[in-house]
Design a protein around this ligand. Structure first.
Ligand SMILES: [Zn+2]
Length: 685
């Protein structure tokens, strides 16, 4: 199915003719592309606008959303009239963009998957190795350093004001785009003389749709479009900054997205459930050195093509791909440079595992080959995208031969997935840290990929339930955040009564029950949550709290030991274990645990203080003094640490130093009565 350099030019397909006609209408004043010999770009700027449907942009045919900046970029540079992603979810799709690999190859298949494996080259790591200064500015917590995407960036800005509140959908934690773009352009301003690679991720079109003015008023009845118009303004601001810095003509600027949005079509409100074009079709626009004005890619452009295309345009050679991670994409730089090329097509594959992972229904797989699209589901679907771009008319019964051919091609692709070369599969128990690395959702079998043939309900038949569940989950989370625990527990109880058995349903039900101090019931929910997402530390911490509150200290210790073994990278579990052992009087074990947690993560000051107290209590004052000084070195203004050091010095018969430390304690906290008493005892030191 994959045509590569066969030498026989394929005639452009009807879909592309239709798209080209559309473009001619939208951008009618273009000159014919001409080949240019341009220098390599000094700067490369990749902008991903999250959740951006191609058909909302003027240059893709929209007539009622104002996107003047993106339209201008597409006029001054080139674009792909048909661009598709492989999975309608933020983290997996971005990882495909950055690695040139399908989700089944890079292994990141959900927004809460463990990080990308450290040996997979990414755009950032390749640019960095080629001598570029690199920076990333992301606006969603789903793309924080925990995703593994920060690798290769000299600077990575992923700070979010999460506070102590995690009772919300992870993917709604976001930062407004103007903050992100301001940071990014400030970074660039310092480095105009370097070669740079910068990634700016804007999250604004993602739900909730809350565009700022004037877009809120202008698009009052369709706020998603308002977010698109606002994002276009941000693109304009970035472009103005490039001009102001004098680097506009040396900058290769790429704008694309990780997925679209359902907006109610096919009854899908947002994205991540179905694999229709509403959520798979995105823009791809590029402008800069080497790209001729008005260039169009006369073939399907896939997320996996971005990696080789961008490196090609930047004249950076791509690392050779390994046997296990053979990159399926191809460079589409030639048509962007204005070189004549045949309109040869590649096939594109897409997946949605959400119905299976989170609800136990069937997963969905799709193949797009030119104008035809086949969706593998319990009741499969076939669409003619040229005639029926909104996928209303299922031709599975009227085109049986075509259906069989596409299904066979899709199954060949899936066969490579279930038995990856250099297999991740192994026999016997998989160590916890390996599970964590591979994608440790509860569903992941040995071998890393769910069985695509496993029976489950057709998601088409479950969309009503899915919407109900989503509503209950959202209402439950809002109630939890507002500390209306009874309301929250009621929503999650309803979800459980529907048979929803996901990690989220159990974990947040547990949180609501804990809020009601129903410790044993809450603990039972956390026990259900743990095997469904074993790498999530907070479940073990919460389970330990419930058991401790219910008077079961030994059970609390067991929960933390289990968590420590499952999530070796999170020092909080070991630290809590040490505290629990100290509180239950097992001082020797507590001391050993504190030393282990300090070895793992020395930054946290409180553990140095805790260890100092244990060591001091058994009379080793010299060592205790050293430990308190370590704590103070990390948090000089914490009165408890300076007080403890004062006590240790006093016990070592060093009254002058002790008095100085008690005085410092009172500076840190003037209400610290014990320090005042000690100072009085010491007299006039
Ligand atoms: Zn996204």
């Amino acid at each position: 199915m994959i045509h590569r350099g066969s030498g026989v030019p394929t005639p452009p397909r009807r879909l592309l003719i239709a798209a080209a006609a559309l473009l001619a209408a939208a951008c009618s004043r273009e000159r014919a592309p001409a080949t240019v010999a341009a220098p390599a770009p000094r700067h490369v700027l990749l902008v991903t606008i999250d959740t951006l449907r191609a058909d909302r942009l003027g240059c893709y045919g929209a007539v009622d959303v104002a996107t003047p900046n993106l339209d201008r970029l597409a006029r001054e540079g080139g674009m792909a009239p048909e661009a598709l992603v492989h999975v309608p979810l933020t983290r997996p799709s971005h990882v495909s963009i950055f690695t040139g690999l399908y989700p089944s190859q890079h292994g990141v298949r959900d927004n809460i998957s463990p990080p990308l494996a450290a040996d997979v080259p990414t755009l950032a790591s390749v640019f960095k190795a080629a001598g570029f200064r690199t920076s990333g500015f992301v606006s969603s917590i789903v793309l924080s350093a925990q995703s593994g995407l920060s690798r290769g960036f000299d600077d990575y800005s992923d700070r979010f004001d999460v506070g102590t509140d995690d009772a919300r959908f992870l993917d709604t934690l976001q930062r407004r785009g103007d903050i992100t773009t301001t940071e990014a352009t400030a970074w660039l301003a310092e480095r105009v003389q370097d070669r740079t690679f910068t990634w700016v991720h804007l999250y604004d079109p993602h739900d909730p749709y809350e565009p700022p003015e004037p877009y809120a008023s202008r698009y009052a009845d369709r706020p998603y479009d308002g977010e698109v118009a606002w994002s276009d303004e941000l693109i304009g601001r970035i472009d103005s900054a490039l001009t102001r810095l004098g680097i506009r003509d040396q900058t290769l600027m790429v704008v694309t997205s990780d997925h679209g949005e359902g907006l109610g079509e096919h009854q899908e409100p947002v994205h991540g459930f179905f694999v229709y074009q509403t959520t798979l079709r995105v823009p791809f626009i590029v402008r800069g050195p080497g790209v001729v004005a008005g260039a169009r890619i006369p073939a399907l452009f896939r997320s996996v093509d971005l990696f080789p295309t961008l490196l090609d345009l930047a004249r950076v050679s791509a690392p050779s791909s390994s046997e296990t991670q053979s990159r399926p994409g191809r460079s589409r730089a030639a048509p962007l440079r204005g070189e004549p090329v045949a309109a040869d097509e590649d096939t594109s594959f897409a997946e949605s595992l959400t119905p299976k992972i989170h609800y136990g229904w069937s997963d969905l797989r799709a193949i797009v080959d030119g104008r035809w699209k086949y969706v593998l589901a319990p009741r499969p679907e076939l669409y003619d995208l040229a005639r029926d771009p909104s996928e209303q008319s299922n031709l599975i019964d009227t085109e049986p031969a075509r259906s069989r051919a596409l299904r066979a091609a899709l199954e060949r692709h899936l066969a490579t997935e279930s038995a990856p070369a250099g297999s991740r599969a192994s026999t016997g128990p998989v160590p916890a840290d390996v599970v964590e690395k591979l994608g440790a959702l509860g569903y992941v079998a040995v071998g890393g990929a769910p069985d695509p043939s496993a029976a489950g309900a057709d998601p088409k038949d479950k969309i009503g339930e899915y919407r109900t569940f989503n509503r209950l989950l959202r209402e439950g989370l809002v109630a939890l955040r507002e500390e209306r625990y009874a309301d929250s527990a009621e929503r999650f109880r309803a979800l459980a009564s529907h048979g929803v058995d996901s990690f989220e349903a159990h974990y947040y039900y547990g949180r609501a029950l804990a809020g009601l101090r129903r410790w044993r019931e809450a603990g039972a929910q956390f026990e259900q949550a743990i095997p469904r997402l074993p790498a999530f530390s907070a479940s073990y911490l919460a389970l330990a709290d419930c058991r401790k509150e219910a008077g079961d200290l030994a059970g609390a210790v067991r929960a933390l030991e289990r968590g420590r073994n499952a999530v070796r990278t999170d020092a909080r579990l070991q630290r809590r274990l040490a505290e629990l052992r100290r509180d239950s009087g097992d001082f020797a074990a507590a001391e050993r645990d504190f030393r282990e947690t300090i070895a793992r993560d020395p930054a946290e000051a409180s553990q140095w203080n805790s260890l100092g107290m244990l060591v001091g209590a058994r009379g080793d004052l010299v060592e205790a003094e050293r430990l308190f000084r370590e704590a103070i070195g990390r948090e000089p203004h914490e009165a408890r640490y300076t007080y403890n050091l004062g006590l240790t010095l006093e016990r070592q018969h060093r009254p002058a130093e002790a008095a100085a430390m008690f005085r410092k304690t009172l500076v840190n906290d003037p209400t610290f009565a014990a320090a005042r008493d000690r100072l009085a005892e010491l007299g006039n030191q």
